[in-house]
Ligand binder design. Structure first.
Ligand code: ADP
Ligand code: MG
Length: 206
């Protein structure tokens, strides 16, 4: 089961990971963006630690989304916010915990919502290029009967492969798209931070 406490640990772990990777994320964003991704995310996610103790999964994910929207900023803030706001709507009303299948359905709804909001598809060189293969792998492994923590670990590997593949993509969305071909050869910062989000989840599911 995934409970409000699990999601709270997920965000706390994400806070630690983004703080540990702030310099790296900023460096990635300095190549193909405006070098604010690390600092914005670290500040915004840290603020979001104040939004974790709502009584239901729906209220909690909504509070997380609203906090990310308010505090992360940039392009990535509203997109990450959408992931959590759509997840919130997908949880059964009043549920304090859900089973693995329900959680995965909510995560899928969140990631699809993010793509819709960003009007992005695979290959655009965005965070979606890490999140999409991660959720697809998670679903496939779960459906095949792989234990949930192991399925999550394989989702992290898929996210990391998607992240690394963004180096070979020409950006078609966001600030990096202004660079056209010059965006080639650089990993997308949002794909890197999105991989940390999936990693944080996997680490609290063990
Ligand atoms: P900004 O360009 O406003 O400074 P951030 O630095 O906050 O944005 O975030 C940049 C990241 O946002 C990119 O690396 C990319 O992953 C993601 N991104 C940008 N545009 C989109 C979009 N339309 N859909 C999905 N993700 C996007
Ligand atoms: Mg930026």
């Amino acid at each position: 089961m995934i409970a409000v406490g699990t999601v709270a640990r997920w965000i706390r772990r994400f806070d630690t990971l983004v703080a540990n990777h702030e310099t790296h994320l900023t460096e990635l964003d300095s190549h193909i963006g405006d070098a604010d991704h690390g600092v914005n995310l670290v500040r915004g996610v840290h603020e979001t630690l104040n939004a974790l103790d709502a009584p239901t999964l729906q209220a909690q994910s909504k509070a997380i989304g609203m906090s990310l929207l308010r505090h992360v900023g940039g392009t990535s803030g509203p997109l990450l916010a959408t992931l959590f706001l759509r997840m919130a709507a997908a949880f059964p009303v009043d549920a304090v915990e859900v089973n693995d299948t329900q959680f995965l359905e909510a995560l899928r709804t969140g990631v699809d919502g993010l793509a819709q909001r960003g009007k992005t598809e695979l290959g655009d060189k965005t965070m979606f290029d890490a999140l999409s293969p991660a959720v697809a792998t998670f679903e496939r492994e779960h459906a095949a009967g792989t234990a949930f923590p192991e399925a999550a670990a394989r989702a992290v590997a898929a996210a990391a492969r998607g992240r690394d593949a963004t180096a070979d993509m020409v950006a078609r969305k966001g600030r990096a798209s202004y660079l056209g071909q010059r965006s080639l050869g650089h990993i997308d910062p949002g794909a890197a931070s999105a991989t940390l989000l999936v990693q944080a989840l996997a680490e609290v599911l063990v």
